[in-house]
Design a binder for this molecule. Sequence first.
Ligand SMILES: C[S@@+](CC[C@H](N)C(=O)[O-])C[C@H]1O[C@@H](n2cnc3c(N)ncnc32)[C@H](O)[C@@H]1O
Length: 329
Amino acid sequence: MRIREGKADVEVPDGVFYNPIQKLSRDIVVAIARVEGVKRYFEPFAATGIRTLRMFLEANVQEAVVNDRKKEHAEVARRILSGYNVRVYNEDAHRLIREMMREPFDMVDLDQFGLPWRYIDGAIMATRPGGILTFIIPYPHDLFGELPNKCLRIYGSKPVKAAFRYERGARIALLELSRRAAAFDRHIEPLLTFRHKYYLRFVVRVKRKAKDPKIWRVKHDDVNFELLEEPRSYMNLGGPARGGKIWDKGFIGKLISAAPSEDSKRFLSKIYKEADAPPLYYDIRAICSKLKTNVPKMKRLEELGLIRTHFYEYGIRAPSINDIIKALL
Ligand SMILES: C[S@@+](CC[C@H](N)C(=O)[O-])C[C@H]1O[C@@H](n2cnc3c(N)ncnc32)[C@H](O)[C@@H]1O
């Protein structure tokens, strides 16, 4: 099979892992490496190594460590990355990440199947202070309220099954990450958080010294979420979850300029527009059904000055529900 993506053009054996949906994620990490001037990059779940290859071809990465537990994958990665300053391992990532804590990287990129939490402590410490940690959570049904007991078990937090569940779920995961970082006297600064297709992805800066994150705590939980209108009055519902910023607008602006494809620029631009808007969002369909009006075209709402969210197609951010009602009437 031939893979042509960004500046990479490689032939790999049929049947090795390559997921075209993740091109967006790879475009975004290329943009991050360009903006941050990443020199040393660590990809513990590399499959073919295409991601790291793009980091060399399209950013200024000088040195990388890549790994995959599957022998065929590590062999392909070794071949397509030959000629670059790369060490390729064929090991269990858990062990390797811990070993790499001794030589922290400018950027650590976790792209595993399943949950990242088994690997996260090592990954935090394998990121140099000031460096970038990025990781994926595929299929986060627990965080989105489908499996509340699982969410409690893993995160000690109660998800909310409302329209704003996607952002709330991301914030629950960010609180977990904050706790893990605190155990190493580190804190994390969220730079970019997004939901795309079947996954959530996080990009954070790892910083020295633990710091108290803003936390939304539990208050009460007996509300009919389908009719929920004022998400921020229920901030303390469910949870706990991380409050405060989940984006750095200035950083996202730079990513848009540096992004290697039109798709990634477009996607990041959507997030840029909501990055400074109030946290959580309203479900325009629920509001219209209460007002007994038709749901307007989302484009029209934008023209009226309301801010859409990338998290959910019918989600609108606004200072209060009255701003939305005024715009609708
Ligand atoms: C989603 S794929 C990685 C895709 C790649 N990062 C990309 O952008 O194309 C996940 C990879 O992790 C490998 N893997 C799964 N568990 C692992 C483990 N415990 N240690 C190392 N590699 C593992 C799998 O063999 C698979 O190739």
